[in-house]
Design a protein around this ligand. Structure first.
Ligand SMILES: [Zn+2]
Length: 150
């Protein structure tokens, strides 16, 4: 049992610690993505499988599970990725949903306000950063991720 997991559906997802064969496509669109990065390698979801170099914390697992749910099945995943790679608005919406859940699960595990805030800053930094091509400002990201949580 992973502490703080919000939904039972989570347990359907498979985790594989290998780089997916299609990673070169992601790399083409997102040069900053790096599966084997020392700290925080890029995690990839396809259908109900999560590809990650490192073990996932419960909040990050919850983030990826949201992507599994968004993709639904094999053809859903194909469609999702086609749009995700090319449509910044779609990508932002999908990621925001995941980051909101990630923060929510973290807050479910952590009561310390200071730590929650540090985590929010950490997440807002990623969402507003180079990986997603600066799709939103830092303060906007902070506000949106926090929405309804913590
Ligand atoms: Zn994501």
């Amino acid at each position: 049992m992973i502490i703080g997991t919000p939904k039972l559906e989570m347990f359907k997802a498979k985790i594989k610690h290998i780089k997916p064969w299609f990673f070169f496509i992601i790399k083409y669109y997102f040069p900053y993505a790096d599966f084997n990065r020392q700290n925080r390698g890029t995690v990839v979801v396809f259908n109900q499988t999560i590809y990650t170099k490192d073990p996932l914390s419960a909040p990050l697992y919850a983030h990826e599970i949201i992507h599994c749910e968004q993709q639904k099945n094999f053809w859903g995943a194909i469609k999702w990725w086609k749009q995700y790679l090319k449509d910044p608005k779609f990508r932002y919406e999908q990621e925001l949903e995941s980051y909101q859940m990630q923060y929510k699960v973290y807050c479910g595990m952590e009561n310390d306000k200071e730590k929650r805030n540090r985590y929010l800053v950490f997440l807002a930094g990623i969402l507003s950063g180079p990986l997603y091509k600066y799709c939103i400002s830092f303060s906007q990201a902070e506000m949106k991720i926090k929405k309804g949580n913590g």
